[in-house]
Ligand binder design. Structure first.
Ligand SMILES: Cc1ncc(COP(=O)(O)O)c(C=O)c1O
Length: 329
């Protein structure tokens, strides 16, 4: 039976996200191989948000994780993840929410990002009386222009403040290079290495100035293999765990397996050439241009791939289709 066939499809409600555990395990194993060891990985959990996948990761020796929200951080703590990095700086009421989570899970080593002094001061006053300090990472903008400090002098001044602030201790530098998206591997390697060079230069400057830089975290999936060549960094891919159709198409050099599909049914077929699916269109990652899913109907070809792209157009009402999603977010 092909990987995406289900024995009990008629019992599965639609829409449903199907996760194929063997493929997840295989993707995690490939991540460990590329990284050169589980201790070099800090996978992002935003694409799956699942404790089951966290546990599979821990079974392979992965102890460090990244997440985007406090809900994901809580999921990780409950799944007994030893080390959880919240990859944003908490502001407003989220400072106290992080503190409550931190207090509720003393066995988990929490940390978060910071990229400005007022946020650092607010976090420090929330944690100043705590028995344990909160780990913080200076968020460095290495070209994506999202969060993070880009100017090395500003970065150094903020790092100096973080080292001094009570309630916090500095873990090191974090950089996400989501702008590294070139399909061509040579071009992507140049983009990724330019991002790495900015992080590396800052780490060198900080060390020269006498600051500790215990660790550095860099990258997402497109740059994963490239940064794996550099020593002394933790690698932060997330999409590699479930893989998706968009990354699979854009980055064929990354040999991961699609491990998730959305099961959908034809809920209405008012005319011969119109189908309405309960695919939950708005729930599928909405970045990027349409088509955001690739629908599949027929059995696979001999090489195991999903086949017959157009066949879904002939699907009947109530029929089950599988959707490969362009972007799992
Ligand atoms: C801070 C951070 N790190 C890592 C990742 C994972 O990147 P990817 O989806 O390319 O695996 C993301 C994704 O958005 C991110 O925001």
């Amino acid at each position: 039976m092909a990987w995406f066939e289900l024995e009990n499809a008629s019992e599965v409600p639609s829409p449903s996200l199907l996760i194929f555990a063997d493929r997840v395990r295989e993707n995690l194993a490939r991540m460990v191989t590329i990284a050169g060891g589980p201790e070099r990985l800090r996978p992002h959990v935003k694409t799956h948000k699942l404790p089951q996948i966290v546990r599979l990761s821990i079974e392979l020796g992965i102890t460090r994780f990244k997440c985007a929200t406090l809900a994901e951080a809580e999921m990780l703590a409950k799944a007994r993840a030893p080390d959880v990095l919240l990859a944003y700086q908490p502001v407003g009421p989220n400072v106290q929410r992080l503190k409550a989570l931190f207090d509720a899970h003393p066995e988990t080593r929490f940390s978060c990002l910071l990229d400005d002094a007022p946020s650092a001061l607010a976090l420090s006053s929330a944690f100043a009386d705590s028995e344990r300090a909160l780990g913080v990472w200076l968020d460095v903008d290495v070209g994506m222009n999202r969060t993070g400090v880009a100017d090395p002098e500003v970065a150094q001044a903020l790092y100096a403040l973080l080292v001094e602030l009570p309630g916090l201790f500095v873990r090191g530098l974090h950089a996400y290079d989501g702008h590294v998206q070139a399909r061509d591997l040579t071009e992507r390697t140049a983009q990724a290495n330019a991002a790495f060079a900015r992080l590396d230069a800052l780490a060198d400057e900080l060390k020269r100035a006498g600051f500790p830089v215990e660790a550095r975290v860099i990258g997402g999936s497109p740059s994963f293999k490239i940064h794996a060549q550099h020593g002394g960094v933790e690698l932060g891919p997330g999409t590699t765990v479930l893989w998706d159709h968009g990354y699979g198409t854009n980055f064929p050099d990354l040999e991961f397996l699609p491990a998730a599909l959305v099961l959908t049914r034809v809920v209405s077929k008012p005319t011969d050439n119109r189908l309405c699916l309960d695919l939950g269109y708005k729930a599928i990652g909405s970045e990027g241009p349409p088509p955001r899913v690739q629908l599949r109907r027929r059995r696979p070809t001999r090489d195991g791939e999903l086949a017959d792209r157009g066949a879904w157009a002939r699907a009947a009402r109530g029929e089950v289709l599988k959707a490969l999603v362009a972007r799992l977010t």
